[in-house]
Design a protein. Structure first.
Length: 545
């Protein structure tokens, strides 16, 4: 057979395959897998997450009320209860706008790869490989650092509880590191032992988180003996950071954004969720609403019951001191903080899942060294074991920084919010400049003209956030208050650029997108959803009649 004949046969086979897949779409057969293939990948992971378990994973990672209990002390330094509360509200609206814009793109292109996948699809041909490679590494490292942050919260909380009972005890760096390593080991075990039942674990985590915030709210309400005036909660001039009022206010907003970090968690299980184009953005949005709905009432109550602002700011564990002032009962305080520690620990399996999935997705497109090795899915455990183990070892090695410098360690932890938001903003910026109408296929979440607002705001805010996160938390600046974020960010970019020139430029491919199939599949999904909705409305009308 001649080369021309072979080419003709191959072309005909491809057309037949495409036609066969299209017929499958019309018949509603495995439409989620068809969308995935149109996005350039074959289905390899079981779709084990339903809407509720996906929400469990998403919120257990963000867990706004618990996350804010770990960092609100810094907001109190900036401006007292006023910046603690109002900064939280402003941070919500900022992060919600950014998350909404990212959720729309996730609705159009559901993929575990997430932000790097979006960059590759939306960028011009000349820059798509480079843009996707940089954001892929940034996203992967950001998630690994976020997990380090979650583990360190558990370790610091445990050492703070010991200090509460024995004030003379101050944990050394190596003791905190031992807590850190123990937490990492304990929390990754369920990912391996219950790899096929992760949906149950994350649902339990969601339930306990909601139970925890309920107890944190109502127990102090029932036991408090002191109530501040409402004017105290909005009083100005209570900061002690050394910054002027305006600067301190803006810094408090950037600090409060930690309460709404990692809202892209559900994106990285897109290939394990049925109807990801609809459910993933829904989970991202609900995560934000549950976050503000739990964190804000809790902190309003606790600010009302706080009796000594300076004692909270000086405390090794401000959350414990604040609860103790509200309840005035040591045993109840320890019980509630123990529950907080449990919530920190239970949120970590979800973070290990996201860490492993994004590394696996990036390896599948040759984005990491030895991609064939790390892109393998273990057939017995049914998840990317090797990619998850790499994330685990990174976390252990990163924790060693705590032994060298707690200041540097904390700077990198707090910079995780910046790194993640960078990966949220870049694909939105590319989309805005490339043209929304031209590059977005039919999708469940269509923001219309408001999408321009979300995408444009994301670009502007990331510039502001980059400046704020790099500023020292207090004045005057010393070795103890030095902020290393800017140095770390530049260092990471240099490392990523070196990896690009040494490895990525020759190997990284990116997904192969079938635009026609993707548009057709998304259209069919929207039509099927409209028909189902119409039938439900007709049935309800009949029942009412």
């Amino acid at each position: 057979m001649s080369g021309l004949e072979k080419t003709t046969v191959n072309t005909n086979e491809q057309e037949e395959d495409h036609a066969s897949v299209t017929r499958g779409i019309v018949l509603g057969d495995n439409i989620d897998d068809v969308v995935l293939r149109a996005n350039g990948h074959k289905p390899e992971l079981k779709r084990q997450f339903n809407w509720f378990s996906a929400l469990g994973l998403g919120f257990s990672i963000t867990s706004s009320w618990a996350g804010y209990l770990s960092c609100f002390g810094q907001s109190l330094q900036y401006g007292g209860p006023q910046t603690c509360l109002l900064g939280l509200v402003v941070a919500f609206f900022i992060q919600f706008t950014i998350t909404l814009g990212l959720g729309e793109i996730a609705s159009a292109f559901p993929s575990t790869g997430g932000q790097y996948h979006f960059c590759y699809i939306l960028s011009p041909d000349k820059t798509k490989r480079f843009a996707a490679y940089v954001i892929g590494w940034m996203s992967m490292l950001a998630w690994w650092i976020v997990t380090c942050s979650g583990i360190s919260l558990a370790a610091v909380t445990l050492s703070g509880m010991v200090n509460f009972f024995r004030p003379e005890f101050v944990a050394t760096a190596w003791q905190v590191y031992l807590f850190y390593v123990s937490t990492a080991v304990i929390t990754i075990i369920p990912v391996f032992l219950s790899s096929k039942r992760l949906s149950w674990i994350v649902q339990i985590s969601l339930f306990l988180s909601l139970l925890g915030v309920t107890l944190f709210l109502f127990i102090p309400v029932g036991l408090h003996k002191h109530v501040n005036n409402g004017s105290y909660l909005v009083k100005s001039g209570l900061g002690n950071s050394g910054w002027d009022v305006g600067t301190a206010w803006i810094l408090a907003i950037s600090n409060s954004m930690y309460a709404f970090g990692a809202t892209d968690g559900a994106i990285h299980i897109s290939e394990e969720v049925a109807q990801p184009g609809r459910r993933v953005p829904q989970v991202m949005i609900m995560t934000m609403f549950i976050g503000i709905g739990t964190a804000l009432p809790l902190f309003i109550a606790l600010m009302f019951f706080m009796t000594d602002l300076e004692a909270v700011r000086r405390s090794q564990l401000p959350s414990m001191e604040l609860i103790y002032q509200a309840t005035e009962n040591r045993n109840i305080t320890v019980s509630l903080i123990s529950l907080l520690l449990v919530n920190y620990i239970l949120s970590l399996p979800s973070q290990w899942v996201a860490c492993g999935r994004i590394a696996w997705a990036f390896a599948r497109d040759n984005g990491v060294p030895f991609p064939g090795y790390f892109a393998k899915v273990d057939r017995r455990l049914e998840f990317p074991v090797r990619a998850t183990i790499v994330a685990f070892f990174f976390v252990l090695l990163y924790g060693l920084l705590y032994l060298a410098s707690t200041t540097a360690f904390n700077s990198i932890v707090t910079s995780a919010v910046l790194f993640l938001n960078l990966t949220y903003a870049v694909p939105q910026g590319i989309l805005l400049f490339q043209g929304r109408k031209k590059h977005l296929p039919p999708r469940y979440l269509n923001l219309g003209i408001f999408g321009y607002v979300c995408n444009g705001f994301s670009i502007l805010w990331i510039v502001v956030l980059g400046v704020l996160v790099s500023m020292p938390p207090s004045l005057p600046v010393s070795v103890q208050t030095m902020n290393y974020t800017s140095v770390i960010l530049v260092g990471l970019f240099i490392i990523i650029l070196l990896l690009w020139h040494l490895d990525g430029r020759n190997k990284f491919e990116g997904p192969h997108i079938d635009w026609e199939l993707l548009k057709e599949a998304n259209t069919q999904m929207l039509e099927a959803d409209r028909q189902a909705s119409s039938k439900l409305k007709s049935r309800l009308k009949i029942e009412e009649a």
